[in-house]
Design a protein. Sequence first.
Length: 262
Amino acid sequence: MFFDTHAHLDDEQFTEDRVDVISRLREAGVELVINVGCNMQSSLKSVEITKEYDFIYGAVGIHPHDASDLNEESLGQLRELAREPRIVAVGEIGLDYYYDYSPRELQKKCFREMIGMAKELKLPIIIHDRDAHEDTLKIVKEEKANEVGGVFHCYSGSWEMAKEVMKLGFYMAIGGAVTFKNAKKVVEVAQEIPLDHLLIETDCPYLAPVPYRGKRNEPAYVSKVAERIAEIKGISIEEVAKATLENGKRLFGLTNHLEVRD
Ligand code: NI
């Protein structure tokens, strides 16, 4: 039983066959999925998807790429969406200094606003941090985001940084990159990280794990991530699946989620 804690099933790459993709994830033993919004439009779609499937929960937020989406009106609208009963987190939010699609000052402002909203609504956050480790940690600390907690998604920092992340009480989610042949840092993190701070994810349709690398990713492939982590840690895939499922349920407040099998 797997928990894919980061999927973008609302993405247009799934327009043609979304229903099939979702039925495949159930067949592959994925028990729960968090569908994550990136801007106003995808946050809205995220809410819609969660209403259709009882095993898909959602997050709403503004990604650093879309920081220019932030204004009084969108913030009000987002707050409404975040109050929907099946929305369990604010995300994805953070900083991206790799692409720099939005000016950094605006990214930081947006990130702080989103943390503020999460604290107001008492929801955990899903953090996107690409080549912005220092500023991300700084803002997380300054805004006291540890009060709501959350996850560093697609964790790409060092093991040194991971220790700091854990001290703040955050989880780290590992995705398809851990299966890549040239992966080094994330393999070290996977090896060292205690199971109680670990989550798994796909970030589909991006970052498909080996042997699907380069193809469209989907939640059913999350088992490949768990398999590789198990191999690195020298434990069983069941142990990885069980721990990450429990961690995810704890973080997103789904411990009372009743499993409904078809
Ligand atoms: Ni994502």
